[in-house]
Design a protein around this ligand. Structure first.
Ligand SMILES: NC(=O)C1=CN([C@@H]2O[C@H](COP(=O)(O)OP(=O)(O)OC[C@H]3O[C@@H](n4cnc5c(N)ncnc54)[C@H](O)[C@@H]3O)[C@@H](O)[C@H]2O)[C@H](O)CC1
Ligand SMILES: [K+]
Length: 516
């Protein structure tokens, strides 16, 4: 369960190391950063121990500066009269730099972590590895982490991780061999991508971010491209209705219905587009499905549009500025032709949202979709889930990075967006949105109840609704993902897709109440 709101930027471990270097070059001592980091950890530990009346802390220290933070936190906690034990992977006199200085500030005993026990311990502080983790953990270190996790499971006692649970790759969220299962993670300056990407996020517990004296202006040099998907990242781009505005000023979205036996999905998208803020929404239906769709619609309008010719005729109305298709559309050549019609060159910068069958229809011919997107006059947003993503982008690099970590969902989405020239919303519990120019956002938290039939159709509609209002496309895609999650969060347990639509006004109210 992460706990927002967080600072907007997300960093890779290399970017964090650069922030650290730039700060030290500007005259701040590395030890001063470490003292502040350790103080934040000690404060989190104290809050826990006071609440539980526990007194006994075990700090597990690794060979680098993460371990250094651990030694300093141990010293601070002992000065507060907690019973503190320190166990280390390597003897303190083998450490270097700030870690060595930190270790000398601890004048107590240092046990061997490989053989230490957890008897009577109320809280473990994991200071084994942080952002310097460079390869998979194995041998005695891996055994220690397995023992630690088993102790937590058995005793229900808690673990606080310094910076990131040891074994989680800060950049990708991958587990490098094994990883600590923390209850709480205290990180510094900015969250790392691996805090929000799965499976890393599930190892962090609640995440908090402490300020340790690194100034935000270092980001001007680092230029992060990845953001937490929270309103701070896109609230300025939101279009709110103006007093003198009319419905056409808020755009007209067209959603394409499937055949008579597959109409529900597109109706969910259409209603969500309206709730997403489009001024008008038309459901374009094949003649054969007209009688099914007509009695099921009220505020959404209905027009017959058979095949590409019917769609072209409908789109002659220049005010129809977004087309969304895919939900319930069917997989095959007929859907490819409809997508190509929606993307066809025209003087208008009409936006297109492609989901579900509109994506799967191109699985055997992704180049054909790429060509159509390249020729499209307006922004294009694709909303694949894992299966659709794998089908469409199967030519992607899947191998590991130089350090051996798997390519993350973030990088795969970014590659896909660049490759196909569209904004890609890669759905899941850690939904990533990426734009062809490299910007990306990661959703911090989503209700597991969102994994329900029709949920994706609703997201497609919200994207269309926001694009219809003229919102900048990357912002619109990120905002749609957030609104979808916020509506689900507002509803709570037992959610079905229709409930997400019903709760979109609550998400709007949250957004309207935030001052830009
Ligand atoms: N960034 C900041 O502003 C601050 C960071 N602090 C803390 O420092 C760590 C990062 O420290 P670093 O020394 O770079 O890395 P680690 O401590 O995570 O570990 C590096 C250490 O471990 C060895 N190593 C790496 N992978 C493995 C492995 N799989 N098996 C065995 N050994 C491994 C590597 O060779 C190094 O020796 C950051 O997380 C913060 O906690 C500062 O204290 C505050 C400022
Ligand atoms: K750690």
């Amino acid at each position: 369960m992460p706990l927002g709101p967080y600072p907007p930027e997300l960093l890779t471990t290399a970017q964090m190391a650069r922030a650290d270097r730039l700060t030290i070059e500007s005259g701040v001592a590395g030890m001063a950063l470490m003292e502040k980091a350790a103080a934040a950890i000690a404060a989190a530990a104290t809050a826990f121990l006071v609440k539980t009346a526990g007194r006994r802390v075990l700090v597990l220290c690794g060979p680098g500066n993460n371990g250094g933070d651990g030694y300093v936190a141990a010293r601070i906690l002992r000065s507060q009269r907690f019973k503190v034990r320190v166990a280390a992977l390597t003897p303190p006199d083998t450490l270097h730099g700030d870690a060595r200085l930190a270790a000398t500030s601890w004048d107590g005993r240092v046990e061997d972590a490989a053989t230490c026990d957890f008897k009577g311990v109320d809280l473990v502080i994991d200071a084994l590895f942080g952002t310097g983790l460079a390869r998979d953990l194995d041998g005695p270190t891996a055994e220690l982490i397995l023992r630690l996790n088993a102790w937590r499971e058995e005793t229900k006692q808690k673990i606080i991780a310094i910076d990131i649970p040891s074994g989680v790759d800060g950049t990708s969220g991958a587990i490098r061999g094994v990883a600590v299962q923390a209850d709480s993670t205290v990180t510094f300056f900015r969250l790392k991508c691996g805090h929000l990407l799965l499976p890393g996020r599930l190892r962090c517990g609640t995440i908090s971010c402490a300020h340790i004296g690194i100034r935000s202006n270092v980001l001007e040099k680092i230029q992060p491209q990845t953001f937490v998907n929270e309103p701070a990242a896109w609230r300025d781009a939101l279009r709110l209705p103006s007093v003198e505005g009319h419905k056409y000023a808020r755009g007209h979205a067209v959603v394409i219905s499937g055949g008579a036996s597959h109409t529900g999905a597109a109706r969910l998208s259409a209603l969500a587009a309206l709730r997403g803020g489009a001024g008008l929404v038309t459901l374009a239906t094949p003649q054969e499905a007209f009688a099914v769709n007509a009695p099921a619609l009220t505020a959404v309008m209905l027009r017959v549009a058979d095949g590409p010719a019917g769609l072209s005729a409908l789109l002659e109305d220049k005010r129809k500025n977004v087309v969304a298709l895919g939900p319930g559309l069917g997989v095959g050549e007929a859907s490819c032709a409809l997508v190509e019609t929606a993307l066809a060159p025209s003087p208008e910068r009409r936006a297109v949202v492609l989901d579900a069958d509109a994506l799967t229809s191109f699985a055997l011919a992704p180049d054909r979709l790429r060509e159509a997107i390249r020729a499209a006059p307006g922004p294009v947003v694709l909303t694949p889930h894992g299966g659709e993503f794998a089908r469409l982008f199967h030519g992607q690099r899947w191998e590991r990075t130089i350090s051996g970590a798997p390519i993350s969902k973030l990088e795969r989405t970014r590659d896909a967006a660049r490759d196909i020239g569209a904004i890609v919303i890669f759905k899941g519990p850690d939904t990533v949105v990426a734009a062809p120019d490299g910007r990306a956002s990661i959703l911090a938290e989503a209700s597991p109840w969102l994994a329900t039939a029709g949920s994706g159709d609703v997201l497609t509609g919200i994207v269309a609704g926001l694009l219809a209002q003229g919102m900048e496309p990357f912002a619109a895609a990120s905002c749609a993902v957030w609104m979808h999650a916020a509506a689900a969060d507002d509803f709570g347990a037992g959610l079905i897709a229709d409930d997400i639509i019903d709760r979109l006004p609550a998400a709007w109210r949250r957004l309207v109440s935030i001052q830009p």
